[in-house]
Design a protein around this ligand. Structure first.
Ligand SMILES: C[S@@+](CC[C@H](N)C(=O)[O-])C[C@H]1O[C@@H](n2cnc3c(N)ncnc32)[C@H](O)[C@@H]1O
Length: 468
């Protein structure tokens, strides 16, 4: 099977597309947009070899100054083509990133200030070249999150299965971004996607901390009641016999909440309770006997399992004490609407200086479930700087890469406002006050034009042919 890599052979499904094994170089940050394919291994190596980063400056809300120190806790903003910057900084940041969040061009066919119109295979190649090198930045428990819409979601998922491994797919979140939709074509789109992959299996996401007060309290603290019976009739006495057993209830003993003691041992005068029948099957408990024994005491005010009367019987409940829960796969939250990002930028600049910046609280939710303070986050499609802003406010270290000149008129001023203590977006969520700095540097311009292969392409007018 020549021509098919080992990785591909492991998959029963192979994603094939034009020029898949080439490198697609696209740079629209130079005065003239240029793009070309490179096939020869030596040429690819040459293009991707580390380039010059120049004009290092330290930036605070007070302005720019020449750099005095770079520490392992510095934040970095780079201007340039992300493919070249990533390959240039890889030796420094290899395996040190906890979260990669990217919001690449969705391939909508629209023209923003940046290009968002590729053929599907070109878009896939563009993404493949970048997410492959990005993976090398992740620490073992690192996570990749890509935001996209339905233009490319299905193809991107298959590409990521191939590069990150199906076993590392953590899940996909549907975010309601534009609830009113737009009457256009057949269906009015109201959502976007967040695709989550880990670098290695068994990586877990942080649960969300719920903002709730428990109404009930015992000697161990607050709790709410959750039925111990498994309501799913697919699990029943027939296929889960170990989860079908009786509890014994003392009907005479009742605490201040009206809760009764439960036991696994039969006692005189106590009532026997089984999980009840539903849809013709005997349903089962959620816990086995060993876990039950670890969770019951003789006093209802310190026991994690109790019974409560219900009509003519008793029901068994777990006292659920956690104030956390895993993020759900549909995010329907006004704070995550696209309009929130637009409004925030308008408040910061008094005008809409950037199309469709992400809402900060959406990025905050992603950062909260994937990282902890002190972790490093990278976004190499940084745009107006939302990820860097939220990472800064949340005490995460960050790296941002953006190619366009607005990095200097939008992204940097925005981050300076963060350092000065702006109070919009995710500021309240993180109780952000002010402070910090970041290091700004640029990829040296037009370096690629020095390469022999580039001259060759130019000589043969190939670049112009490719531009069509
Ligand atoms: C959808 S926007 C990101 C918006 C961002 N999430 C925000 O909240 O502001 C995509 C950004 O990626 C940048 N970009 C696209 N291709 C790039 C490349 N090859 N190198 C660097 N930046 C690139 C574009 O210039 C654009 O600013």
């Amino acid at each position: 099977m020549s021509g098919i890599s080992h990785k591909q052979q492991e998959h029963s499904i192979i994603l094939e597309f034009q020029q898949k094994n080439m490198l697609f170089y696209e740079d629209i940050s130079f005065e003239k947009a240029e793009s070309f394919f490179i096939e020869e291994y030596a040429d690819i190596q040459q293009l991707l070899s580390p380039k010059n980063l120049i004009n290092f400056q330290s930036i605070t809300d007070k302005g720019h100054r020449d750099i005095t120190k770079i520490t392992k806790d510095s934040n970095f903003l780079f201007k340039g083509n992300n493919l070249l910057v990533l390959h240039t900084i890889l030796p420094i940041f290899k395996e040190s990133i906890k979260l990669i969040y990217i919001d690449p061009p969705y391939n909508t066919g629209n023209t923003f200030t940046y290009k968002d119109k590729f053929s599907r295979s070109l878009w896939l190649l563009f993404m493949k070249n970048r997410v492959e090198v990005a993976r090398e930045f992740l620490q073992d428990d690192g996570i990749l999150v890509i935001q996209c819409d339905e233009n490319e979601q299905a193809y991107l998922k298959v590409l990521l299965d191939e590069i990150y491994g199906e076993e590392n797919f953590l899940g996909m979140i549907t975010v309601l971004t534009n609830p009113s939709g737009r009457d256009y074509r057949s269906l009015a789109r109201t959502h976007e996607y967040l695709i989550f992959y880990s670098k290695t299996p068994n990586t877990e996401l942080n649960p969300l901390i719920l903002d709730k007060e428990f109404k009930l309290e015992d000697t161990l603290g607050g709790f709410e009641l959750r039925s111990l019976r498994n309501g799913n009739v697919r699990f029943h006495q027939g296929n889960r016999p170990n989860l079908y057993y009786p509890f014994y209830i003392n009907p005479k003993n009742q605490d201040i909440h009206g809760h009764h003691i439960v036991s696994l041992t039969k006692k005189k005068g106590w009532i026997e309770i089984y999980p009840r029948e539903s849809q013709g099957v005997n349903t089962v408990w959620r816990w086995g006997k060993t876990k039950v024994l670890d969770n019951i005491t003789d006093n209802t005010l310190s026991s994690n399992l109790i019974a409560r009367p219900s009509k003519d019987n008793y029901l068994i409940f777990e006292k659920y004490r956690k104030k956390t829960r895993l993020a759900r796969t549909i995010w329907d939250n006004k704070d995550f609407y696209t309009s929130k990002g637009t409004k925030h930028i308008k408040e910061l600049f008094q005008e809409s200086v950037f199309d469709y910046p992400k809402p900060e609280l959406l990025i905050a939710r992603i950062i909260d479930i994937t990282t902890k303070p002190g972790d490093r986050v990278i976004d190499f499609f940084l745009g107006s700087g939302t990820t860097a802003s939220v990472a800064h406010k949340s005490g995460r270290l960050w790296i941002g890469i953006e190619q366009m000149d607005y990095i200097e008129t939008v992204t940097i001023p925005r981050l300076q406002k963060v350092i000065a203590g702006e109070n919009g977006g995710a500021s309240r969520h993180y109780q952000w006050t002010k402070g910090g700095e970041f290091i700004y540097s640029q990829l040296e311009k037009n370096e690629t034009q020095e390469f022999p292969f580039y001259k060759e392409l130019q000589k043969n007018n190939i670049i112009n042919q490719l531009r069509g």
